[in-house]
Design a protein around this ligand. Sequence first.
Ligand code: PLP
Length: 275
Amino acid sequence: MTTTPRTALTIAGSDSGGGAGIQADLRTFFACGVHGLVAVTAVTVQNSLGVQGFTEIPADVVADQIKAVAGDMGVDAAKTGMLATAEIIRAVAKTLDETGIGRGSGVPFVVDPVAASATGHALLREDALEAIRTELFPRATLVTPNLDEVRLLTGVQVTDAAGQRRAAEALLGFGPQWVLVKGGHLQGSPECTDLLSDGSEWVELTGPRYDTGNTHGGGDTMASAITASLARGATVPEAVAAGKRFIERSVAESYSLGAGVGPVSPFWRLAGRTD
Ligand code: PLP
């Protein structure tokens, strides 16, 4: 008999280009050895050149997807990506409480506060940022904003390590257990340094910066790798370190696809390599 793998749930939007959103989440979960469960929040129309538009899924259908899988299969860790509207965010928060997912429940919950695509297209309606802060952050085991999302959520414009620490403190003020302020968007830095904190422990994770234009889905892939590690029982610092290693290799092995920005790739893991 085969052992049943741990499960990880992604609550996120679909990317027709297959490189970001639930597609990135599922291929990362697979590569990390966990069974992926899905609650689709929105269907985007996009390719390597950008997002042409999106349609959101009704909030009660998002909630029902979560209840269906949580009640039957069980969820060992969950993450959010694109949530599209405040109504969906409120429904997700309520459903997490009902299904016992999130901070204090024993089932880790990662919030990747997706606000816009790298090409600048909004993936969130305007009133939804406030809902992310008030409804999701207090329930989060970990939040993983990039510097653009940090600016939108806190007003802090990070330009150096001190700014990264100020941003982490501001984000902790919204109530998540841990914050990871990712430094990948810090211009002019030869390395990518991410800052992880729960308010008492401060961990800097530094890695190489790769000269590639193909970074589509990078944030989703990192948050999913972290979620997969949490599903397998890692602590938050262990899971973030594993997620950092995973995204580094996935950026190093990203590929061109289409005329615009190509996706990061987890294929290296399937080739049996673990470097
Ligand atoms: N589309 C969807 C559905 C996403 O969830 C995301 C990011 O989370 C994107 C597009 C944007 O991806 P990127 O900014 O990496 O191009």
